[in-house]
Design a protein. Structure first.
Length: 295
């Protein structure tokens, strides 16, 4: 049986990450039926961060100032991205356009990574047109126009891409468990501050809402981000980012199964294009693995 390379391990972990992230959309959608969105995110991320902090405290307490700074920076960028995203989501009347613009954050990763000295291979850039077209087919279902909400979605995409790159760089230098704990805690605290300023807090939710919150915390946050950070420690950001575009594909498929939503032929084409982009992006490694299997 062929031994998996480090990059192949990263691929498999990221595939699992995208599925857990897609499940998180379902959990979140059910939870926000009875809880304010920013409050939900605050409780979700702070709780997930505390769980991982307790488990990884022995390593976290040995962090130097520079390590704390690096971990907190990732959380600050990710929390800022989430804040832009949730405000834009509340403002927009075109959710599909918002999903497309937010998804462009993945496209930005290989481009911004050039500023950090990460030289991507040609297959990464060959896959980008397929990614953009696939996201457009999957998400765009109304006339496009650029307004304040769309500008905030683009800002969210920019901060998502920066947080992804910073997390990849930090994961190489820091232990994965405490790094994930710190970034989730910072993200949760930013969400809590935004919620305190913009929302009224109520805690009379039904048991089912709290159940969805617990599922979001344990599965879609603690486990998902721990696996994602581990995967990002194994490969450069330009390598891992394209695989993350599978998240909206799994989300659409789970929405069909759980929520009874339907997909058009154009959306199915978008899913196929995103899968094709992933294959183009990883073709050299895939070809090498197939040759090994045949041998």
């Amino acid at each position: 049986m062929p031994i998996l390379s480090t990059h192949q391990k990263a691929d498999l972990l990221l595939l699992l990450t995208t599925f857990l992230a897609a499940a998180g959309w379902i959990f979140s959608r059910e939870a926000v039926q009875g809880m304010s969105p920013l409050l939900f995110m605050a409780l979700r991320f702070v709780s997930a961060g505390l769980i991982l902090a307790v488990i990884g405290w022995s390593a976290m307490r040995l962090f130097t100032f520079a390590q704390w700074k690096s971990a907190c920076l990732v959380g600050a960028f990710f929390g800022t991205a989430l804040s832009f995203w949730i405000v834009a989501l509340e403002m927009t009347s075109h959710v599909g356009i918002g999903a497309f613009l937010t998804g462009l954050g993945v496209v930005l990763v290989p481009l911004i990574s050039l500023l950090f000295g990460d030289r991507s291979g040609p297959h990464v850039f060959l896959s980008l047109p397929l990614v953009i077209t696939g996201l457009a087919c999957l998400s765009l279902d109304s006339e496009f126009h650029l307004g304040l909400a769309e500008a905030m979605f683009l800002l969210a995409a920019l901060f998502f891409s920066l947080s992804f790159i910073l997390n990849s760089r930090a994961a190489v230098r820091l232990p994965v468990l405490p790094l994930t704990a710190v970034q989730l805690l910072v993200t949760g605290l930013i969400s809590a501050l935004a919620s305190l300023l913009l929302e009224e807090w109520h805690f009379e939710q039904s048991v089912s809402i709290w159940g969805w919150l617990i599922a979001s915390t344990l599965i879609a946050t603690s486990l998902r981000f721990l696996i994602q950070t581990k995967a990002q420690s194994l490969a450069p950001p330009s390598h891992t980012a394209i695989i993350m575009t599978l998240e909206p594909v799994w989300t659409a498929l789970l929405a069909m199964l759980w929520l009874g939503e339907s997909m058009t032929a154009l959306q199915f084409s978008g899913c196929a294009l995103i899968f094709a982009a992933m294959l183009v992006n990883r073709w050299p490694a895939l070809r090498s693995w197939l040759q090994t299997v045949r041998a």
